[in-house]
Each structure stands twice: as C-alpha cells, then as structure tokens.
Design a binder for this molecule. Structure first.
Ligand SMILES: [Zn+2]
Length: 173
C-alpha cells in the first residue's frame, strides 16, 4: 500500500533553486518549506526529521538523499509548468485538488484564515504568521490557466499508463 493516503497531504522541502515551485505548491495547499540559504546537510536532516519529501534539481543532493533513505524527487524540467507536473505525477496524482487551495501563504507557508472581509474579488484571506493578505485577483486567472495545463498533462499521462497496462495485459493472453 502506498504511504500517501488520500487524507494525508504530502509535505515538501524544496531546495534553494526551486523557489517558484515552492510558492506554487503552497498555493495548492501543500505544507512546503523553502529557504534559499539552506545547505545540503540542513536540507537532508530537515527532510528526515520532519518526514518531508525533498524536491531538488541537484543530482548530487538527490543521490545523497536517496542513500540516506530520504523521500526525494529529482526535478529535471526547467519550466514551472513541467516542474509542477513532475512532482504531482511522481506522487501518482491524476488531478490537482482544489479544496486545499488558498489555505497557505505563498510567501511564508503560514496558514491562511478568512478575514470575513469581502473585497472587489471576493473573500479576503490573511496569513496567521506574516499577516499578508490574499484575494483572488487578476493573477488568479493566470494561476488557474497554469493549473489547467498541468491537469491536462496529468490526465494524458494517466491515460497513457492505462493504455500501456491494457496493452501489456492483452499481450499476456
Ligand atoms: Zn505568510
């Protein structure tokens, strides 16, 4: 059985080169730590003690984390869309969950709360840790377009896997 049940969201630790990916994961509601100044040793020990999946574009760090039995995903892609797809696809996700969106601060990973105020773009949320306010402004359309693209890629990947499975099972008869 997979360690990742549907109820438990995976937690991430992101290396210093992947800040934009970290912010997107937070927007999707994932508990994601990111410190651009973190050294490899600190990343490895934090991933281990906090049971986080380490996301890195550094092959050496990836190999050493693997050797230490740390859950780690090597990020090969260079575009934001492909990086997000890589992470979600490797977790076995077939569709982005929308119910956790706007639950975390993209700047500090703090938890957001609904302030009860209604702005021009609807509800205003605020971060419990840093106080930054959020609402679904014009950037939201861009984010949604990005997430739709990633969803399409996930769906295509999923269908490809199913076709492959069918093909394999038909071969065995
Ligand atoms: Zn914050």
């Amino acid at each position: 059985m997979s360690e990742l049940s549907e109820e438990v969201q995976p937690k991430f630790l992101v290396d210093g080169m992947l800040g934009s990916l970290a912010r997107k994961l937070r927007i999707l509601g994932f508990d994601t730590l990111y410190d651009p100044k973190s050294e490899d040793d600190a990343l490895r020990s934090s991933a281990r003690t906090d049971r986080r999946i380490l996301l890195t574009g550094d092959f050496e760090l990836y190999k050493s984390a693997k050797r230490s039995y740390i859950d780690t995903i090597l990020i090969d892609s260079s575009s934001e869309r492909d990086r997000l797809f890589e992470v979600l696809q490797k977790l076995g996700t077939t569709k982005i969950r929308t119910d956790q969106m706007v639950s975390r601060c993209s700047q500090c990973n703090g938890v957001l709360y609904d302030t009860g105020k209604i702005g021009r773009h609807g509800s205003v949320f605020s971060c419990r840790t840093c106080g930054k306010s959020y609402w679904k402004g014009s950037h939201w359309d861009k984010l949604n377009a990005l997430f739709s693209d990633v969803n399409l890629m996930l769906l295509q990947e999923h269908e490809k896997r199913i076709r492959k499975l069918k093909h394999e099972s038909s071969e065995s008869f």
